[in-house]
Design a protein around this ligand. Structure first.
Ligand SMILES: NC(=O)c1ccc[n+]([C@@H]2O[C@H](COP(=O)([O-])OP(=O)(O)OC[C@H]3O[C@@H](n4cnc5c(N)ncnc54)[C@H](O)[C@@H]3O)[C@@H](O)[C@H]2O)c1
Length: 318
């Protein structure tokens, strides 16, 4: 199977590529714009095992050359950090909406057999109790999640209007190796490794449902293989934690105390809680494998052992 992975030099996309190259016979092409979040070092362990194209999913001309010949396209390419979307939304609308539309059109023109649009639980907004199933209304509340919702809707519109065989996956918060150190888990781990304080938003009561990136990528692979075109699939996390609880676990893991926590004003429009019902995906045979405490301990070890990967990213202006 020839698979095009867009955004394959980012955190989740690179995990997908590393496992596809090492565990499957798939022939992989990575297309990535190498924004601040894209990093060829993420693909170093499988260098030589895939073809790389440096480019933008908004570039229709490039896509017309690159997409044909692929059986499957998995789209991870996006601007992904909520705080950056608050500082400036335009790149988010461009990559996450226009980029998705441009890619869907290229997939349609090329007759791609299966497309997976990788998305997020954040498109639903915030939920105080209970969980969303795939029929819940989209109520995004940040420029990031609004742009992702736009991308999801254009992808699904291509399924209905043009019969494009596209599935959308929506997942909770991922953690694991090679995550850019602006996101909370790698930011807190690397700050503590450097002896610096960690910034905790607001009252720390915001709840996230964490999933190891390997479980997310196995779920995407299952949707590639057996997902019904035009359908949305949830990939729920394995550990629902307040940011305070998460911070406590990270402090314990790094041998630090609460004096290393600096309270900072809350993020504007900060969603309180996300929660997905993943029964539909589980009916296809999916189950997560990585227990949170084991996955978190392995992730802490990975950052401790790989300062050469993250230190330059933290030092670089971006
Ligand atoms: N990180 C999470 O917790 C999480 C959870 C659910 C869903 N998602 C979704 O998964 C996808 C991947 O997330 P991530 O955390 O790996 O993000 P990331 O920011 O680490 O990586 C994004 C990648 O996309 C590339 N990219 C950005 N704009 C591009 C463009 N216009 N053309 C080509 N490449 C472009 C970047 O260079 C980078 O390599 C995103 O679509 C995100 O919305 C992420």
């Amino acid at each position: 199977m020839r698979v095009l992975v867009t955004g394959g030099a980012g955190f989740i996309g690179s995990h997908y590529v590393r496992t596809a190259v090492t565990e499957t016979d798939d022939k992989i092409t990575v297309l990535d714009a190498l924004t601040y979040a894209g990093n060829l070092a993420n693909l170093e362990p499988v260098s030589g095992g895939f073809e790389f194209v440096h480019g933008d999913i908004c570039d229709a001309e490039l896509l017309a050359h690159v997409v044909p010949g692929h059986d499957v396209v998995v789209n991870f390419a996006a601007e992904s950090h909520v705080d950056r979307s608050i500082a400036g939304a335009a790149p988010f609308v461009r990559a996450n909406v226009l980029g998705t539309q441009t890619l869907m059109q290229a997939c349609l023109d090329a007759g791609v057999g299966k497309v997976v649009q990788v998305s997020t639980d954040e498109v639903y907004g915030s939920i105080d109790s209970g969980s969303w199933d795939e029929s819940a209304p989209l109520r995004p509340r940040s420029p990031y999640s609004a742009a992702k919702a736009g991308g999801d809707m254009i992808a699904l519109a291509y399924a209905v209007t043009h019969g494009l065989p596209v599935c959308v996956t929506r997942c909770g918060n991922n953690y694991g190796p090679y995550q850019y150190p602006e996101k909370v888990i790698p930011l807190f781990i690397t700050n503590l490794l450097e002896g610096r304080k960690v910034p905790l938003y607001g009252d720390g009561g915001n709840v996230r449902d964490w999933i190891h990136v390997d479980d997310h990528c196995r779920a995407i692979r299952l949707v590639v293989d057996v997902g019904e075109p035009g359908e949305v699939y949830h990939v729920a996390g394995t550990a629902e934690l307040t940011n305070l609880e998460l911070t406590g676990k990270l402090l314990d893991a790094l041998g630090a105390g609460w004096d290393m926590v600096e309270r900072v004003p809350d993020r504007p429009g900060h969603d309180r809680r996300y929660s997905l019902d993943d029964a539909k995906l589980r009916a296809l045979g999916y189950a997560p494998r990585v227990p949170f405490d084991e996955g978190l301990a392995a992730t802490v070890r990975w950052y401790a052992d790989n300062a050469a990967w993250w230190a330059p990213l933290k030092a670089a202006p971006s």
